[in-house]
Design a protein around this ligand. Structure first.
Ligand code: G6Q
Length: 550
């Protein structure tokens, strides 16, 4: 494909941007009272309202042409057919197979992977059922009441986010814990509240070589053996999820306790695989399957719907419009549901690890910006913190406001209904970010005060809001396993679509690998406690300072 910025479609967008960049959304809504009608998409119980964006009918048409030029329709087919589109690692990117509920064959290297996926699902079902019904016993004959997932990055963020999002569906008798940081504080705090007789450790590491995970796994094993005394008891308390069975066995985990995953499952796309074991144990297999079902339904939506009715593609195009034409570099994820507190961090990895790339598929430096800096926080907490900048800062931050219409928690009465209050804040924020507040409105609001004290006139500009700050609203009926599965998969496909437009490989992560390599070089220098000249003067002196003070 030609460099995307050189295509007539991109150049038309550049011209169009100059024409409409100062248009105010308030005027767009005033001039078209039905603006919502032509700028939203319904998908099952999901509503995606993108009308509060700085786009016109023409912008949409030009963006849709851009998606066609980038050949997104063909690329989505290539993704789904198991082609090795992760070309820098010579792998397919087949997370869609993990949640393929239709059971149609999906081929990798001429072999259907669905039997492998289904075998693994049966194993997950068996273990999660046994733990939940108490037939799996700890070494002293007691039921498992704590599960500790030890993993990092893709082997942690997904399961940990889903378990907190779906807590209302979780077992009351089993507490899930997630340990990721190599900082001893993380594991120590979890071990402090666990009992070795009733704890199951899940060592989740695709490679089984990740420094943080292995360090935590060895310490967990030492802690366990110290209490249980016999190595043979490891079988009742340690399972592993990995594609490196040899290393797992060497660690001492029984071969029957190994869950596998394959090279075509990327870490940040792996919660649907056996990496989701902690989810299945906590919420039960039926709910885990509903999560997969939701993901599968979003896959069907992505593959089948035309661009203008396709939520992930429209999300992606709007994102491209802001990053590449308006030069808005960051993007906020604002879930109005306390259970989705971990969603921003989860999507931060999914997006920034996938599309934080400066080299294109043509092996050359890209000519435009790629992934946005993603961040966010649960509403309404963010409102009392960083929303000031969203409303009046010099940086404009396009945002996704996400909210289930019905809460899983019922609290309050007619006067103090928590969920109504939460919802009104959601609506108020998207509305006021878009509308702003004119000087004229502030002046009339302050009329009496100013009449009493004319000096207060100087406050008018401080209380003025420019508005024209864009947001998407994503509403769905309630936060069920199925809805969450849909939501996650919609974002995965948004990220994929943007990667295609920018012509980058969204499925490798050399940046992560590089950090892992350098950490291995630094460690011996810290262990030796000697001065080093191995690095630059800053790094050498940081090492020296640490050594002198530890
Ligand atoms: C995700 C990345 C990365 C990975 C972790 C853990 O896509 O590859 O976040 O998940 O580095 O790797 P292991 O599962 O191999 O321990």
């Amino acid at each position: 494909m030609a460099e995307i910025t050189k295509t007539p479609e991109w150049q038309s967008l550049e011209k169009h941007y100059k024409k409409i960049k100062d248009l105010h959304m308030k005027d767009l809504f005033e001039n078209d009272t039905d603006r919502f009608e032509s700028n939203h998409i319904l998908f099952d119980d999901f509503l995606f309202d993108y009308s509060k964006n700085r786009i016109t009918k023409e912008t949409k048409e030009l963006l849709i042409s851009l998606a066609r030029t980038a050949d997104i329709e063909n690329w989505r087919r290539r993704l789904f057919s198991g082609e090795k589109i992760n070309f820098t690692e010579n792998r397919s990117a087949l997370h869609i197979a993990l949640r393929n509920r239709s059971n149609n064959p999906i081929m990798v290297d001429g072999k259907d992977v669905m039997p492998l996926v289904n075998d693994e699902l049966s194993k997950i079902r068996k273990l999660s059922d046994e733990i939940r019904n108490g037939s799996w016993k700890g070494y002293s004959g007691k039921k498992i009441t704590s599960i500790v997932n030890i993993g990092i990055g893709g082997s942690d963020l997904g399961p940990s986010m889903v378990c907190s999002a779906l807590k209302p569906f979780g077992s009351k008798e089993i507490t899930p814990h997630f340990v990721s940081n190599v900082d001893a504080a993380d594991l120590s705090q979890v071990l402090d509240v666990c009992d070795p007789e009733t704890t199951l450790f899940i060592i989740a590491s695709k490679t089984f070589t990740t420094q943080e995970t292995m360090t935590n796994a060895f310490s967990a094993r030492d802690w366990f053996i110290d209490k249980a005394k016999k190595n043979e008891f490891i079988k009742n308390h340690f399972v592993a999820i990995s594609s490196n069975s040899e290393a797992v066995i060497e660690f001492g985990i029984h071969p029957e306790n190994i869950f596998v995953l394959w090279d075509w499952v990327g870490g940040r796309y792996s919660l649907w695989s056996s990496i989701g074991l902690s989810i299945a144990i906590f919420i039960g297999m039926k709910n885990f399957e509903a999560l997969l079902e939701g993901g599968h339904e979003a896959d069907n939506h992505f593959i089948a719907e035309p661009i203008e009715k396709n939520i992930p593609i429209m999300m992606a195009l709007i994102g491209v419009w802001y990053i590449n034409f308006f030069d808005f570099s960051t993007y906020a994820i604002l879930p109005y549901d306390q259970c989705l507190t971990k969603l921003p961090a989860y999507l931060q990895q999914a997006d920034m690890e996938s599309n934080g790339k400066f080299i294109g598929r043509n092996n050359q430096k890209v000519c435009q910006k790629t992934g946005p800096i993603l961040w966010g926080e649960a509403g309404t907490n963010g409102q009392h913190a960083f929303y000031q900048l969203l409303h009046q800062g010099t940086e404009i931050v396009p945002s996704d406001f996400i909210m289930p219409i019905n809460s899983n928690y019922k609290l309050g009465n007619d006067k103090h209904n928590h969920h109504n209050i939460l919802q009104s804040n959601f609506i108020a924020q998207t509305q006021s970010l878009m509308m702003g507040k004119s000087k004229h409105d502030v002046e009339s609001e302050m009329k009496n005060e100013i009449d009493d004290n004319p000096d207060l006139k100087r406050l008018i500009s401080h209380r003025t809001f420019e508005g024209n700050r864009p947001s998407n609203s994503i509403l769905f009926k309630s936060l069920t396993p199925k809805a969450l599965g849909k939501l996650i998969a919609l974002y995965e496909h948004k990220i994929f679509t943007q990667g295609i437009i920018w012509n980058i490989n969204s499925f490798d992560q050399w940046g992560v690998e590089y950090g892992k390599q350098i950490a291995k070089l630094v460690l011996p220098e810290l262990e030796s406690k000697k001065d080093t000249k191995a690095f630059d003067s800053s790094t050498n002196n940081l090492i020296k300072y640490i050594n002198n003070n530890s």
